[in-house]
Design a binder for this molecule. Structure first.
Ligand SMILES: Cc1ncc(COP(=O)(O)OP(=O)(O)O)c(N)n1
Ligand SMILES: Cc1nc(C(=O)O)sc1CCOP(=O)(O)O
Length: 537
């Protein structure tokens, strides 16, 4: 007979205990199937065998109407009694080789994995799919004894599965607002090994409207799979208007256009930054025509999110981690650009752990850092950090580093230095503006991050003024984020050059004041004349 063909896109794991008051289980199941659930697992933790068989039998009758296969959680006897498509087992249930002997070659066997070694074993033992979890904390199961994987941990397990034919779903704490982040940031650099689907209890079962809940999840997964299978650029995270023209002239014209958009729209740019630079960053933001808001309290930042144009998270003095977690999640949920400046990430283990934690909870759109910071993000040993500065002469091939990291992180990467390198994983840009005074004042890197935030907000607004919102539901943000990153870097460095040439500038002190003036006075024409931009690929 052969194995049933399974679509893992939206895999409902049932749980009668999570139904909202008054909601009938069978009604809820049928509504979720109407919404687009593609696979159902019957999970009964409290039922005795007779009751489990009855629930599975009736559930299968409903699923059969929609041609959706059913699997049974843990209980091989219930699977055999009802004749379902297969089983899902955990690490402490019946060993997989024995389960295979009992259910036969045609039954689907899925197994839970939470580590790379469990994934290796699942492949060796012939699992059809793995349930990778827990991605995030969940109220549906006690997972306190398990390591939370975050999207990055899911990605490490997906790397093991690449080329094996074993399918994958992620499970645990997955909801509509964090779904696009999970799908993108667990995907490997070459985009071949991405999740086949997601397994969900509460987001569907606990909903009063399971049809809509399932439909929302299904739309995002479908859209993600469509983009991954058809895009010429496998990242396809950000929208650009049509096919991008990769020429210096097009990029510089684009920067000029974004300068106008910022001045016209004065986007609100929420900045959670460090107390060394907070004033300079706010002033630089105002000088280019945007509007800064420097709030940090978790309750405040959640309310702000719908109104802002972009969010900057600069963890220089890392005193507001709770607020950063909330603000980043809200930015992803509201599909606002999120610029991450992991200041001195390589310098201490606390900073590294904080970054891992933040990145497990939200997906940055643009990551900006100096060589030490980008080296730490890329786990490169070529460049080391000392405090907030990097040491050594830099990367032997900086363009390759930013391109690879952009693909790994599914974000635009900006590497600042005497020359700046920017990549979205496809195009690599190099810019060479600036002045050595920038190294003699505090906050030049942080101000660059702020300006990238301003132009990211502008790029999103520009896109939305010309296109329909959210044509592609799996995209995290809309607008040309590569161009936004370029604009932030070029505008800041050109203004620095102009400031340093002024006769009244005698050193870093006068330069700092002049820099704000020249950001304020900078015109698109000056940028066009001075921008030193090269395309490397
Ligand atoms: C798709 C999927 N993945 C993981 C699990 C968890 O299964 P298990 O480890 O057996 O734990 P219990 O579900 O029995 O609590 C799952 N059920 N489905
Ligand atoms: C059943 C289950 N298994 C998990 C694992 O990590 O193996 S997490 C989990 C619960 C998933 O429920 P929700 O979608 O409500 O978070």
């Amino acid at each position: 007979m052969g194995k049933v063909e399974i679509d893992y896109s939206v895999y409902l794991v049932t749980g009668r205990e999570f139904l909202p008051a008054g909601k009938d289980y069978y009604e809820s199941l049928e509504e979720s199937l109407q919404g687009g659930v593609t696979l159902v697992q019957i999970r009964e933790k409290d039922a005795d065998t007779g009751e489990f068989i009855e629930v599975a039998r009736r559930s299968k009758e409903i699923c059969d109407k929609y041609n959706v296969p059913v699997l049974i959680n843990d209980r091989i006897d219930v699977h055999l009694a009802v004749g379902t498509a297969g089983i899902h087992i955990g690490q402490t249930d019946c060993p997989l080789p024995l389960a295979r002997q009992l259910v036969g070659p045609d039954a689907i066997i899925g197994i839970s994995v939470g580590t790379v070694s469990e994934a290796h074993k699942a492949v060796e033992e012939g699992a059809d799919y793995v349930g990778i979890g827990a991605v995030w904390p969940t109220g549906s199961k006690d997972v306190r004894n398990k390591k939370m994987l975050g999207p990055e941990g899911v990605g490490e397990i997906l790397d093991i599965l690449a080329g094996t034919g074993v399918k994958s779903v992620a499970i645990g704490g997955i909801h509509l607002p964090n779904l696009a982040q999970l799908l993108h940031s667990s995907t490997g650099p070459d985009s071949t090994n991405h999740l086949d689907g997601i397994a969900i209890i509460s987001d569907i079962v606990a909903s009063q409207t399971p049809k809509e809940a399932a439909r929302g999840l299904r739309d995002v997964v479908d859209s993600f799979k469509r983009v991954r299978s058809s895009a010429t650029d496998p990242l396809a995270l950000f929208s650009v208007q049509g096919k991008r023209e990769v020429s210096v002239e097009a990029f510089v014209n684009g920067v000029m256009g974004l300068m106008d958009v910022v001045k016209r729209e004065t986007p609100l740019v929420h900045q959670m930054t460090n107390n060394v630079v907070i004033n300079d960053s706010a002033n630089a933001t105002l000088a280019v025509g945007a509007s800064p808001i420097m709030s940090t309290h978790p309750r405040d930042v959640a309310d702000l999110s719908p109104a802002i144009g972009a969010l900057l998270i600069n963890f220089g003095t890392i005193s507001d981690k709770e607020g950063m977690l909330v603000a980043g999640r809200q930015a992803n949920f509201n599909r606002k650009p999120l610029v991450f400046d992991p200041v001195a990430i390589g310098a201490t283990s606390y900073r590294r752990e904080t970054a891992v934690d933040l990145l497990a909870h939200w997906q940055p759109t643009i990551i900006k850092g100096n060589a030490g910071e980008i080296g730490a993000m890329a786990k490169s040993t070529e460049v080391a950090s000392r405090g907030v500065d990097s040491v050594g002469s830099g990367f032997s091939n900086p363009g390759a580093v930013v391109k690879a990291l952009a693909r790994k992180r599914a974000a635009v990467i900006v590497l600042t230095g005497e020359q700046d390198y920017i990549s979205d994983g496809s195009v690599v840009l190099k810019t060479s503006n600036g002045h050595h005074y920038l190294g003699s004042i505090t906050g030049s890197g942080c101000m660059t991050g702020s300006l990238i935030g301003c132009f990211a907000a502008a790029a999103r607004l520009d896109y939305l003024s010309k296109n329909k919102a959210f044509e592609n539901l799996s995209q995290l943000v809309q607008g040309d984020m590569l161009l936004a990153a370029l604009a932030g870097v070029v505008v800041f460095n050109v203004a620095a050059e102009v400031a340093a040439e002024r006769p009244d500038v005698k050193g870093p002190g006068t330069f700092r004041a002049a820099l704000i003036d020249e950001l304020y006075n900078l015109t698109p024409e000056i940028v066009k004349k001075r921008a030193k931009v090269e395309t490397l690929s």
